[in-house]
Write a protein that binds this ligand. Structure first.
Ligand code: Q46
Ligand code: ZN
Length: 319
């Protein structure tokens, strides 16, 4: 097979695009997909400061590299979740990647900063580990980006992730989650803008991008991922994609173009009910946000309010 752009021998075929690429054209293709996603969804304005949530995996390290190559001012944030050896090793990949490029990497360790690890926190809050983990990451990413004055938080969710989450939300008709499922969540009081610039690239394309550009990433999956629903949905969607290339992209982009705005009213209503958490200041529908409740249960005591965490939040209508 030959590269569809330059006719050199192809190193990868992307069936969804019915195209093969040589190394150089494939790297350009990945940059182009990110550039188009940013432009189409109006994710980032020139000159804005970006904080990239990095886990040491292919998606987040690939994203950081792609954003820098496109000329963006992007720093990294690694959150240590206290998941034993997996966390130690993933931190090493994130640190080595940043150090080799002399890029700024912020680090937050959940255990030393907040006094619990993901397994303990999730157990105490009677949540599945990935649910407690997701809640913690969302909270910590948002808090760090606001505290350090970043304009936008970028995460490495790729097309496969978005298709799997959409699939799960549709199966259960989680209408509020469907209203929030978008590659750009605008800034609102207490919330930094969040973007997903990899939405046009698949997991396989990201893995190939990292291999072809010599990005060393942690290959092992998080040990807690085994058996989670999300992974099951990904496997099912892969079977469909195998038979019918392009289905995942049609599913996700069809939803965004034709259905997403039918679910946004509910999100706006939920945002209207938010007020600052009495512990940390983050917007919440109750007195204390879910993260602070989980933390309090995990450490077995009512937590102290730390001055650095308290930010007054103006509560207004959703943007
Ligand atoms: S890190 Fe956290 Fe993932 Fe591990 S515990 Fe689940 S959510 S699988 S991306
Ligand atoms: Zn809180």
């Amino acid at each position: 097979m030959k590269c569809g752009r330059c006719r050199q021998p192809a190193v990868i075929e992307v069936r969804r695009h019915n195209a093969g690429y040589c190394r150089e054209c494939f790297v350009r293709h990945c940059g182009e997909q990110v550039r188009r996603a940013i432009e189409h969804f109006d994710m980032i304005q020139p000159g804005e400061r970006i904080l990239v949530a990095v886990s040491g995996g292919k998606d987040s390290l690939g994203l950081w590299q792609l954003l820098r190559d496109l000329g963006y001012d992007a720093d990294g944030l690694y959150v240590g979740l206290g998941i034993g050896e997996y966390s130690e090793e993933s931190a090493r990949y994130a640190r080595d990647f940043a150090a080799a490029r002399a890029w700024k990497l912020l680090e937050i360790d959940v255990v030393s900063e907040y006094g619990f690890d993901i397994e303990g926190g999730s157990r105490a809050a009677k949540r599945a580990p990935c649910s407690g983990c997701g809640l913690s990451k969302r909270h910590i990413f948002n808090e760090a980006a606001l505290r350090d004055g970043y304009d936008v938080l970028a995460t490495g969710h790729n097309l496969d992730d978005e298709a799997a989450v959409l699939f799960g939300n549709v199966l259960r008709w989680e209408t509020e989650f469907l209203g929030r499922q978008h590659p750009v969540l605008p800034a609102a009081p207490g919330f930094v803008r969040k973007v997903k610039p990899l939405i046009r690239l698949s997991e396989r394309e990201l893995a190939a991008y990292c291999v072809l550009t010599n990005i060393d990433y942690i290959v092992e999956e998080c040990p807690m991922a085994a058996g989670n629903r999300h992974l099951g949905y990904k496997n099912m969607l892969n079977e469909i994609e195998e038979r019918s290339p392009g289905t995942k992209a049609a599913f996700v982009f069809g939803f965004l173009e034709r259905a997403h705005d039918k679910f946004t009213d509910e999100v706006a209503e939920a945002r209207d009910d938010l007020r600052p958490c009495s512990e940390c200041g983050s917007p919440t529908p109750g007195d204390i946000c879910a993260f602070c409740r989980m933390r309090a249960r995990a450490v077995g005591a009512r937590i102290e309010v730390r001055p650095a965490e308290v930010r007054p939040v103006e509560v207004g209508s959703a943007s």
